[in-house]
Design a protein around this ligand. Structure first.
Ligand code: ATP
Ligand code: MG
Length: 249
């Protein structure tokens, strides 16, 4: 192995990060909420996005997924060369950005299977249903049941399964353990850990910061719409003062 690494100008210039958020500002009407957030992620990074209630975590995720509310007024969002900041939510989803919201957004009147099929109406598709049912046997058992009648934990599984049913390049999870019994939390944790193993770039917002930090390799702390910490997850676990100042733990 004596081949020399190539060392032209192209090799010297830094490779563009897989996901790059550059100075984004977003508003709900007149309310200025996301106040100049910037960070980069390498492919396969798992970032815990933390901060106190009202810090702007949900608003940041919604901005990244290109929801209309809050409205992105300036800044850039790049995923694998795609300019997300120029897109609407459905276009960002086609480019692989899948937001699993806290309320899970299961569509009433549709069965589990129909919820999954609906996710696959638009190309490009992700996992085929057989693969989803193999990984989520509870969903397979309940495929003909109306999605909104599932338990909270099962609905969370369906919401994650729906993201996997689409082309998934960036998974945005907003409080996936919220309101779930500990045994179900463990089950969802195993699923998220598998998603990490698959190398899917993920941002996880979680009130239970310790659980999120144990899963993540990196952490961002938001405070009043701004990033006040960007570093390793371990650094936050090790820094009680930092946690005390910006987190409720
Ligand atoms: N639809 C909205 N219209 C106006 N202001 C909003 C709206 N949604 C959220 N906000 C405000 O934006 C700020 C950030 O809220 P956000 O929900 O992003 O915080 P969060 O960090 O997710 O909080 P939590 O931990 O409680 O979920 C808060 O001050 C909130 O009141
Ligand atoms: Mg929130």
């Amino acid at each position: 192995m004596n081949a020399m690494p190539s060392a032209g100008p192209a090799a010297a210039s830094a490779k563009a990060p897989y996901f790059s958020v550059r100075n984004i500002h977003a508003y709900y009407g007149e309310s200025y909420i996301v106040q100049g957030v910037s960070f980069d992620m390498a492919e396969g990074d798992v970032v815990a996005l933390l901060g106190r209630n009202g810090a702007g975590k949900t608003s940041t995720l919604r901005t990244l997924a290109r929801a209309t509310d809050p409205e992105l007024k300036s800044g850039e969002i790049w995923l694998n060369g795609a300019a997300l900041h120029k897109m609407r939510d459905f276009e960002a989803a086609k480019h692989g950005v899948q937001l699993v919201q806290e309320d899970r957004r299961i569509i009433p009147g549709l069965t589990v299977e129909e919820n999954l099929q609906l996710a696959q109406i638009a190309e490009p598709k992700g996992w085929p249903l057989e693969r989803i049912y193999e990984r989520f046997p509870r969903l397979a058992e309940r495929r003909h049941q109306e999605g909104v009648t599932l338990s909270g934990g099962e609905q969370q599984m369906l919401a994650v399964a729906r993201a996997l049913a689409r082309d998934l390049k960036l998974l945005l999870l907003d409080e996936p353990y919220e309101g779930l019994a500990p045994v179900i939390v463990e089950e969802i944790e195993r699923i998220v850990a598998e998603i990490k193993q698959m190398g899917i770039t993920t941002i996880i917002v979680e009130q239970n910061a310790v659980a999120a930090l144990q899963l993540a390799n990196r952490a961002l702390i938001l405070h009043m719409g701004e990033i006040v910490f960007d570093g390793s997850a371990q650094a936050v676990l090790d820094d009680a003062e930092l946690r005390n100042e910006y987190l409720a733990i």
